[in-house]
Ligand binder design. Sequence first.
Ligand code: ADP
Ligand code: 5GP
Length: 194
Amino acid sequence: MSNSGKLIIFSAPSGAGKTTLVHHLLGISALNLAFSVSATSRAKRDYETNGKDYFFLSADEFKRKIGNNEFLEWEEVYVNQFYGTLKAEVDLLLSLGKNVIFDIDVEGGLNLKKTYGSKALGVFVMPPSVKHLEERLHARSSETEESLKKRLDKAVAELDYAPQFDKVLINDNLETAKKEAEKLVSEFLGITLG
Ligand code: ADP
Ligand code: 5GP
């Protein structure tokens, strides 16, 4: 089994744009990235696919996996909404010789970084302002008012964690942020992009 792959962790408050940036990076084949599909007990959004965006589980199934020690890290990100990184998923991707990229919340990102040390790059995606975050979450139209407020409250608290990451990437102009993401990741992996 090859374990030479590296880990790229994108963390940020909800709405900062990490999913957008991670999808962009996954489209660059030279980076040899594979997405770590997390498990969650939250409801699937219409545009999401089970097994691709998340493994959607019931809260009971999720708790059973916690009991079986199947997670590298997990969190109750919102009340009764669990999210976690499955050990089996990461081991599989590393065994396939891939670099693994994660889209996870700030605490989960810091926990993974602690576990993997210099094998991992922790990137904090910073929105230009809280106002921008709010507008992006509205524009994404994925949340009810209650869920949006929950995400914004958590987001404001999470901004304080930025300095604990290896890199802070400001996502203001999306094209600029994509280029910056390419640069950070390719440099960390030691890959020259054409
Ligand atoms: P996250 O995964 O961090 O919750 P998303 O990637 O889903 O965030 O982005 C939230 C919304 O903001 C999406 O609708 C996305 O298209 C939009 N978005 C992302 N980056 C930018 C940007 N730089 N400028 C404007 N809108 C953006
Ligand atoms: P959303 O419901 O908007 O998809 O995600 C809510 C938050 O949970 C986001 O900050 C997202 O990055 C985070 N998240 C997704 N997967 C995981 C995971 O496996 N572990 C942790 N700790 N957080 C996750």
